[in-house]
Design a protein around this ligand. Structure first.
Ligand SMILES: Nc1ncnc2c1ncn2[C@@H]1O[C@H](COP(=O)(O)OP(=O)(O)OP(=O)(O)O)[C@@H](O)[C@H]1O
Ligand SMILES: [Mg+2]
Length: 276
């Protein structure tokens, strides 16, 4: 892991990313649900090739942050800069096309479609399918289909899942479904990949493999990854900058070593019994 350096905004990013525009910068980001302030004053910068962690107790607002970044919710206040550009007014589809992809805490696949078809849904966001060509099945349609097929298999090979391409997504074991969700997100060609509890429900060997693969994905695609996770071995093992949320507010930012030793974090989260 490269050295982490502090920014004037009180975030830390990897030294190797210092000369590039941060992939993500949020300023005073917040959302209220009626009288409940779910997230407030969320200020975070993520480096272009950083693996970042977002942790905190159940109900702290972690998934809500992902929902704000991906425009599932429009923020009540604050700004989100993706590659230095504001995303205000964008829809979920537009923000995905602009470079943010995600997976969900509860798996969301098209379970009756095949593995390959699920990946192609991600690719669809990218490859420009011309509807007329598709309807008439013109040669250019078949050419695009071939490209999409090859690209889908290539992406599935990250997790050695090419042989499962024809299987129904819903028939895969749980861990494989979680991996497929990551592949589908990657198919949209993101610059920032958001993973919401990717190791949930995985056994220790699957989790260990996942850790290697998250790092491999970052290295191969040179993208940034932010993950929410309760598995502290995973978080502390691969995350460079870690942000801790409690009651919707950031209570600490730092490296794994700093977070582990932070008394406020221990009191609010790490000292408590394991949560799932
Ligand atoms: N659409 C909504 N309407 C009202 N309240 C909401 C909504 N979405 C989230 N909340 C509330 O916002 C708070 C944060 O929820 P969130 O799901 O972001 O927590 P989390 O940190 O992801 O927790 P967990 O670790 O259990 O997944 C909770 O109090 C939750 O009830
Ligand atoms: Mg959550």
């Amino acid at each position: 892991m490269s050295k982490m350096v502090p920014l004037p905004t009180n975030s830390i990013i990897p030294e190797r990313d210092l000369d590039k525009i941060p992939v993500l910068e949020t300023r005073h980001l917040g959302i209220d649900f009626g009288g409940l302030t779910a997230v407030d004053e969320f200020n975070l910068t993520i480096g272009r090739t950083e693996i970042a962690g977002l942790i905190g107790p159940n109900g702290a607002g972690k998934t809500t942050v992902f929902n704000l970044l991906t425009k599932v919710y429009q923020p009540t206040r604050g700004t989100i800069l993706l590659d230095g550009k504001e995303t205000s007014g964008m829809s979920t589809v537009q923000v995905n096309q602009a470079g943010i992809a995600r997976t969900f805490q509860n798996i969301r696949l098209f379970s009756s479609l095949t593995v390959e078809e699920n990946v192609k849904i991600g690719l669809h966001n990218q490859v420009k399918y011309r509807t007329v060509n598709g309807l008439l099945r013109l040669p250019s349609y078949w050419k695009q289909e071939k490209i999409a097929h090859e690209r889908a298999l290539e992406l599935l090979s990250i997790f050695n899942m090419e042989d499962l391409a024809e299987h129904r997504a819903g028939s895969l074991p749980y861990g494989a479904q979680r991996r497929l969700e990551i592949v589908r997100a990657l198919a949209t060609n993101p610059s920032l990949l958001l993973l919401d509890e990717p190791a949930a429900g995985m056994n220790p060997s699957e989790t260990a493999e996942l850790m290697e693969n998250i790092t491999k994905i970052r290295d191969t695609f040179q993208i940034a990854i932010m993950l929410i996770e309760h598995d502290m071995n995973l978080v502390m093992g691969i995350c460079e900058g870690i942000c801790v949320l409690n009651y919707g507010r950031i209570i600490a930012k730092g490296t794994a070593d700093e977070i582990k030793r932070n008394p406020v974090v221990i009191e609010a989260y790490l000292g408590k019994k394991k949560e799932g």
